[in-house]
Design a protein around this ligand. Structure first.
Ligand SMILES: *Cc1c(COP(=O)(O)O)cnc(C)c1O
Length: 392
């Protein structure tokens, strides 16, 4: 079984590059050049120096003793919450801005939902002195004030998108429209393992630093380089892709993904794309999409803005389909409970997204010697209102 992307940009039936004619040249150039850039000596050096000295890597692999006691196994948390800007997203934006520079692009655009990817993009644009435009739905602009203010302080222009439901999907459409109008000088930094090929593969490679570190950190702690279980939350799938990347072919390692159940998978208010989605095209790729009978994209819902996406990366759609990964839906209330549990057991306030991965623990049955590595994708500062008021 090959779980990686093939040379046409597909993971099984999923993936590809479905873009408007005017973008063919840009996407084509990126497809032809991304591997050469990522594998070049210059890129690798600069990327690793920035990850180490700027983003703060390697992130610790922390043995969460009290949490493990509760679930009857050995749990390690991969601490992406300790990165600069508060999540795994910086791994990707640091890498992609170097790719943009190699391609000679001078202007950066991005889309953002909760604002985490927008902040990570605005951050690297400040670092590299490149102009940055971030598209964000008007609804999200209003409910994510702090991140909007950070982006503006970092020098980015934040465009509030007024179309559709004024959330992430609409921001994405607007970013693609911008890219179509400025294909020659603009680089589009996509924030997850979604979008047309080669983005899902490129983002997975840039996030694969997570599993590269897990391998040697586990040797130090457990005397073996693989866990029995890897667990992560999935929105578009980038922190999960990074967590599993070097273990995809290792069948000793079981992969468990947590998607957002919202108010319940069958409630009509959910973002459980793998369970509810049907094949379709979104954001330039064939994947599972939450859509109605007519193929209109349905508005997803989750208490967590970062998991509130009606699609899923093609890598994960394929892993779920061929049963390499087990996918659990974790509802809002379960994620909230898990966030408080982690806080009280370990003194770590997780991002709401990451709390979905913690919430999946109670749906599992472990042996006491099982080694579980769970990626804590981000920290909870941005979610304090939700934690304290029960809403955002
Ligand atoms: C954006 C985000 C996610 C979801 O994105 P993925 O691409 O699925 O990783 C998860 N956790 C945090 C903290 C995020 O900011």
């Amino acid at each position: 079984m090959n779980y990686q992307v093939n040379d046409k940009g597909y993971y099984g039936r999923f993936g590809g590059a479905y873009v408007p004619e005017i973008l063919h040249k840009c996407v084509d150039e990126l497809q032809k050049r991304y591997l050469g850039i990522l594998q070049s000596e210059d890129f690798r050096k600069e990327y690793h120096v920035l990850l180490r000295d700027y983003a703060g890597r390697p992130s610790p692999l922390y043995h969460a003793g009290r949490l493990g006691e509760k679930y009857g196994c050995r749990i390690y948390l991969k601490r992406e919450d300790l990165n600069h800007t508060g999540s795994h997203k910086i791994n990707n934006t640091v890498g992609q801005i170097l790719v943009a520079r190699s391609l000679g692009k001078r202007r950066i655009i991005a889309e953002t939902g909760a604002g985490q990817h927008g902040v990570a993009t605005a951050t690297v644009c400040a670092l590299m002195d490149m102009p940055c435009v971030v598209y964000m739905g008007r609804t999200d602009v209003e409910r994510q004030r702090a991140n909007v203010e950070k982006m503006r302080m970092l020098g980015a222009e934040v465009v509030a998108v007024e179309s559709g439901n004024m959330t992430l999907k609409d921001a994405t459409n607007e970013a693609i429209r911008d890219w179509c109008s400025h294909p020659s000088d603009t680089y589009y930094i996509i924030g997850s393992t979604v979008g047309p090929h080669p983005y899902p593969d490129m983002v997975a490679r840039l996030q694969s630093i997570i599993s590269e570190e897990i391998r040697y950190q586990l040797v130090e702690k457990e005397g073996r380089d693989y866990p029995d279980y890897l667990m992560a939350c999935v929105g578009g799938g980038s922190n999960a892709a990074g967590t599993i990347y070097h273990y995809l072919d290792d069948e000793r390692v079981r992969i468990v993904l947590a998607e957002a159940g919202g108010e319940g998978v069958k409630s009509g208010r959910s973002a459980a794309t793998i369970q509810l989605g049907r094949e379709g095209i979104i954001h330039g790729a064939r994947t599972l999409v939450m859509q109605n009978e007519d193929g209109q994209i349905e508005e997803p819902y989750s208490i967590s803005a970062g998991l509130d996406y009606p699609g899923i990366g093609p890598l994960h759609a394929n892993l779920a389909k061929i049963k390499r990964a087990k996918v659990l839906a974790v509802n809002d209330d379960e994620a909230l409970r898990a966030a408080f549990e982690l806080t009280r057991l370990e003194g770590i306030i997780p991002a709401l997204e990451s709390a979905h991965a913690i919430g999946a623990l109670s749906q599992m049955e472990f042996d006491k010697d099982d080694v579980v590595v769970l990626t804590l994708s981000g920290r909870g500062d941005k979610d304090m209102n939700t934690y304290l008021n029960g809403k955002n």
